[in-house]
Design a protein around this ligand. Structure first.
Ligand SMILES: [Zn+2]
Ligand SMILES: [Zn+2]
Length: 108
């Protein structure tokens, strides 16, 4: 069950937007900063880190998905693509900042 083609990389990173150290998720694959909710356009498929764009992605909103809970919407500053990623609200180490998520809908 270990095909390298489908390995998803779950690793810590330093947020390119706010500079904070982000730890890996205990479950799932973290691709955005829990503090400022900035992501980076690095995946073709979640976790593969194969996308050459590398643009920063701003959280632009969220939606409620019955099964997944809160799903964040990100837009790439470079290519403009909009991607969804499940919010990590229940991570025991670094949960996403819920206040910041709620403010997304108040943005002008
Ligand atoms: Zn950040
Ligand atoms: Zn992009």
């Amino acid at each position: 069950m270990t095909s390298p083609r489908f390995t998803s990389i779950n690793e810590g990173f330093t947020c390119a937007a706010c500079g904070k150290i982000v730890t890996p998720l205990s479950a799932g694959c973290r691709n955005h900063c829990p503090f400022c909710l900035t992501s980076q356009h690095v995946d073709n498929n979640p976790g593969d880190r194969q996308n050459p764009c590398q643009g920063l992605m701003d959280a632009i909103g969220y939606e409620l998905n019955g099964k997944k809970g809160v799903v964040l919407l990100f837009r790439c500053r470079v290519c403009g693509v909009v991607l969804k990623n499940k919010a990590a609200l229940d991570d025991p180490v670094q949960p996403d900042n819920y206040d910041t998520i709620l403010k997304l809908t108040n943005a002008p």
